[in-house]
Design a protein around this ligand. Structure first.
Ligand code: NAP
Length: 325
């Protein structure tokens, strides 16, 4: 599925026939793992790409799709993977296809406990969750984490990783259906985005939360700051709510709190060792049963536009996935 024009999810993409990719990735020129795609993950950046609104703007036409679950067709020379291995792979582009190439350090052996659709929801959201909570948010055992958009891809990943790191969890959602998903993902408390969530979060956390992970932004940002305990951190992850909040920094002084940016992609792209280390930490959390990507709607590859429209209409829960035969 190729983006041929920047007209939004319904009309931007076309099904085309292209040659199979060579085993060379732009991050590792001359080297790469060719993966037969079984499932492709669908995320917010691809939605933005159909309108030319994402920070990374490849020339048209291009095949979007940043991550997949699949089987190695052609391994990278000198690497640890071999043809036939089941993997979760982050490819950056090209995932909405039957075959894609990914850098070796972005391919992770898929444990038997996870199917291909879950593999397609593993790298972007769970590595971001670990990076936001631990690397940037300095989460420690016993702290309380509040996450906005808690039934979404990032939100469900943050809930599972936070539980695995020994935190108490509060999820903020907008509907009953999303409340069910947030609870399934491990939220100890679920509060409504249009309710008195700031006061309720302060109460259930016993005086304030330690870490807020915010993929939504918009109007609720000031209340996120107000919900913090002393020493608390708001970790900025995204802006699905549309507007980019501004901070009156006197609030940080008064509460001895912090606002921290967490841009996973920008940080890890040039650091294969960090990618492997986060992959190992997420792997432990899979082995311990904490990480189980929640797959929501599934579409055939050729209906990628409908999958992106679901995200655009705020209708997605968990990870949206394209099934590729
Ligand atoms: N910083 C990083 O490294 C990084 C990495 C990955 C993703 N991201 C970003 O994180 C954000 C979330 O991604 P995701 O995959 O979790 O998306 P998602 O599955 O669509 O979830 C986003 C959630 O945002 C909430 N939301 C509030 N207002 C919304 C609106 N006007 N439109 C759509 N959703 C709205 C929705 O929850 P409610 O309806 O319950 O409010 C929704 O469940 C995106 O901006 C993405 O680009 C950042």
């Amino acid at each position: 599925m190729q983006i041929t024009e920047l007209t939004g999810p319904a009309s931007a993409m076309q099904l085309v026939d292209l040659p199979e990719p060579e085993s060379s990735h732009q991050f590792t020129p001359g080297r790469g793992v060719v993966v037969a795609v079984k499932a492709a993950g669908v995320s917010f950046p691809e939605l933005l790409q159909t309108r030319g609104e994402y920070q990374f703007k490849p020339p048209l036409p291009f095949v979007p799709g940043s991550e997949v679950g699949g089987v190695v067709k052609e391994a990278s020379e000198g690497g640890s993977l071999k043809a036939g291995d089941r993997v979760a792979a982050f490819c950056m582009l090209g995932g909405f296809a039957e075959a894609v190439v990914a850098p070796e350090h972005f391919c992770f052996t898929l444990p038997d406990a996870l199917d291909f659709a879950q593999g397609a929801g593993l790298v972007l959201n769970y590595h971001t969750a670990y990076f936001a909570l631990k690397t940037r948010g300095r989460l420690t055992q016993g702290e309380t984490v509040l996450v906005h958009g808690a039934a979404g891809g990032v939100g469900t990943a943050v809930l599972q990783v936070a539980k695995g790191l020994g935190a108490s969890t509060i999820g903020i959602v907008s509907s009953d259906a999303k409340e069910r998903i947030a609870r399934e993902a491990g939220a100890d408390h679920v509060l409504r985005a249009d309710g008195a969530w700031k006061d309720d979060a302060t109460e259930v956390s016993g005086g304030g939360v330690d870490v807020v992970v915010d993929p939504v932004g918009g109007d609720r940002f000031t209340d996120s700051l107000r919900s913090l305990a002393e020493g608390g951190r708001v970790v900025v992850v995204g802006f699905t709510g549309g507007s980019i909040p501004e901070v009156k920094v006197n609030r940080l002084l008064l509460g001895n709190t912090e606002v921290i940016g967490a841009g996973w992609g920008a940080y890890v792209m040039s650091k294969p060792d960090v990618v492997r280390q986060i992959g190992a930490e997420v792997g432990h959390l899979i082995d311990q049963g904490f990480v189980r990507p929640i797959v929501g709607a599934r579409f055939p590859l050729e209906d990628a536009g409908a999958a992106l429209q679901l995200i655009d209409e705020r209708g997605a829960v968990g990870k949206v996935v394209l099934d590729v035969s």
